[in-house]
Design a protein around this ligand. Structure first.
Ligand code: APR
Length: 320
């Protein structure tokens, strides 16, 4: 059986890291696409040359030609511009919307059967536009945010409790922005929900609130430190987890920006929700019950995403 083909649209910081991880994990052969000449070719060659030492079997190719992504099983999209200090993800909207149009058409014409994972920000609006521009089925197009946001939450919680990150589960809902909703009730240490851990005296509500805020600001914290771009190791690792779930039909329960049409009360929009990812793409949106406070926060987040979607429609009338 031929190896799966993984097309990475955008060969910048995240794209290069994705290519390295996909090759090391032998998820398939990798095509790195970018409009910048030499970058995808250089990164592909560099990673291929790490193969003998690492001992992986994967072909890598860099290209500026969409024809090379033909028949891809997975496309991961990072094309566009990242944030600089002081910018919000929303500030990227105008530039990255145009990029989504060309990428969507490239995928539509060359890899219409792929499972597409968008990472480009502002995530929830960009994945919505990418699905419209590409015309691919909504269950085959999703956005990576929840896995990253919950990984950040899990990391901070593991530091607070002094336990392995493996024993911490965390749940983040809503848009990938300042209004995201990290849920205490649905986050646990070894299955014990955070509110119970507060009651047991292992931590305090104040500490949990501070961690929730640090999670919300997680992307900005890295932008502030790097100064020249945004995070890439954890975003790439998160998207690879999703790609692997699809390629290996793992039926992983992962939070991601999925198309909601009635799910959690959201109509024709992409927003962060718990999903099941397997060979069918987004096989299910898990319709969890929210309490009043969570619902209010989720509604605020959905409203923020809705505002960005409306802005996209204002910029490109074909989306209206
Ligand atoms: N088609 C293909 N590639 C493009 C296009 C396009 N139309 N426009 C820009 N690119 C490429 C750039 O040439 C660059 O190599 O996208 C790449 C983006 O890489 P970086 O600038 O290094 O950005 P990165 O850190 O990888 O983040 C990419 O993901 O998390 C989000 O906010 C982040 O929107 C940003 C995206």
């Amino acid at each position: 059986m031929a190896r799966p083909k993984i097309a990475l649209i955008g060969a910048g910081q995240i794209g290069g890291t994705l290519a390295h991880l996909a090759a090391m994990k032998e998820l398939g052969d990798v095509v790195l696409f970018d409009i910048a000449e030499g970058i995808p070719e250089g990164k592909s060659l560099d990673i291929a040359e790490s193969g003998p030492s690492e001992g992986f079997d994967a072909k890598l190719k860099g290209t500026q030609d969409y024809a090379d992504i033909a028949g891809a099983d997975v496309c991961i999209v990072t094309a566009g511009v990242p944030r600089k200090p002081g910018m919000s993800r929303d500030d990227l909207l105008g530039i990255n919307l145009k990029v989504m149009k060309s990428v969507g058409e490239g995928i539509r014409d060359n890899a219409p059967d792929a499972f597409v994972i968008c990472i480009t920000n502002p995530l929830d609006a960009m994945v919505w536009a990418l699905q419209k521009f590409s015309g691919l089925p909504a269950n085959k197009v999703c956005g990576m945010a929840g896995v990253l946001d919950s990984a950040r939450f899990r990391h901070f919680l593991s530091l607070e409790f002094g336990v392995s990150m493996k024993d911490v589960t965390a749940f983040v809902l809503g848009g990938h922005g300042d209004t995201m909703v990290p849920s205490l009730r649905y986050s646990t240490v070894a299955g014990i929900p955070l509110p119970d851990l507060i009651e047991m005296g292992w931590t305090t509500k104040e500490k949990m609130d501070a961690i929730v805020q640090r999670t919300r600001d997680g992307g900005a914290e890295i932008v502030g430190l790097l100064k020249t771009g945004s995070a890439y190791y954890a975003p790439a690792t998160s998207a690879i987890e999703m790609a692997e779930a699809y390629l290996k039909d793992q039926k992983r329960v992962l939070p991601c920006a999925a198309h909601c049409d009635g799910d959690l009360g959201v109509k024709d929009m992409y927003v962060g929700v718990p999903t099941v990812i397997g060979a069918g793409g987004i096989e299910k949106v898990v319709n969890i019950k929210l309490n009043k406070e969570e619902q209010e926060m989720f509604d605020t987040s959905v409203k923020a995403v809705q505002g960005l979607v409306e802005a996209c429609k204002g910029i490109d009338s074909t989306l209206a």
